[in-house]
Design a protein around this ligand. Structure first.
Ligand code: PLP
Length: 268
């Protein structure tokens, strides 16, 4: 997809929709066609002109691409299109997964099942681990032994992932992410209501974006000076991915620190 981010390893680098990230790592792989995100007509056009398509790879919410949340029916309609065309639907939930958006995977909120889903980041709560899950026909494409890596499935990271998943379940952290996300979004909306530089406030659970009317990379260092680690993506979007175990008081502190910083920055 345009503006996609799937990482920097070989095939995923090719799938990543950013020339800046790809530059210097050519040659890229052949066989990828880029489509506009959140645009089923764009995919229909590709389907009509390209009989060789086998799969669609998409982030259910684009993280690096500026916290782009697709229309409510997008994933369901995309699932239908993939079924009609005989394409696999591959979701990259590396950023959206493991409770971040209010459910273990974001696709659950759309009521669909992908053929393939990738997960990493929060999976082992900081220890390095990623996983690629497949179901149905897609699961038959690989057999034990057909893919591996030196540290793949290493017991320490897997033990951490088991403990993480158990904790997410036991402490209801999906629900907690959803509640905290609503609290933070509401409070940010109140704190920034008189700030004309804010174009949009959006989020799902604890994946939150504040889109400004100007490039705002400088806010990262201003926030760090105030004791907050934030990130800016797509030049103008402040992205918050706070921990799922954050307390209400910490969430309030986050808003109380960040809203004035953004107000001051946009009135400079
Ligand atoms: C959606 C998504 N996919 C993939 C990746 C990259 O994962 P890795 O760096 O482990 O290749 C990221 C990292 O930010 C991401 O946000």
């Amino acid at each position: 997809m345009e503006h996609a981010f799937h990482g920097r390893t070989m095939a995923t680098l090719t799938a990543t929709g950013s020339r800046k990230v790809q530059a210097g790592f050519e040659p890229l792989l052949k066989g990828f066609t880029r489509a506009p995100f959140n645009d089923l007509d764009g995919l229909e056009t590709i389907a009509a002109n390209n009989p060789d398509v086998v799969a669609v790879l998409v982030e259910p919410i684009q993280g690096e691409g500026g916290l782009a949340i697709p229309d409510e029916n997008y994933l369901r309609q995309l699932r239908q299109l993939c079924d009609d065309q005989g394409w696999l639907l591959m979701l990259d939930e590396v950023q959206t997964g493991n409770g971040r958006t209010g459910s273990l995977f974001y696709y659950q909120q759309a009521g669909i099942t992908p053929d393939v889903v990738t997960t990493a980041k929060g999976l082992a709560n900081g220890l390095p681990l990623g996983a690629c899950l497949a179901s149905g026909e897609a699961a038959k494409l690989m057999k034990p032994g057909s893919h591996g890596s030196t540290f793949g499935g290493n017991p320490v990271a897997c033990a951490a992932a088991l403990a993480t998943l158990e904790t997410i379940e036991k402490e209801n952290l999906c629900q907690r992410a959803s509640q905290l996300g609503d609290r933070i979004l509401n409070d940010l909306a109140a704190g920034l209501k008189d700030c004309p530089g804010v174009r949009d406030l959006r989020g799902r659970g604890l994946m939150i974006g504040i889109e400004l009317d100007r490039p705002c990379a400088e806010l990262v260092s201003r926030a760090a000076e105030a004791g907050l680690l934030i990130n800016v993506t797509a030049e103008r979007v402040v992205r918050l991915l706070p921990p799922l175990v954050m307390t209400d008081a910490e969430a309030d502190e986050l808003v109380a620190t960040l809203a004035p910083l953004i107000s001051a920055f946009t009135s400079d």
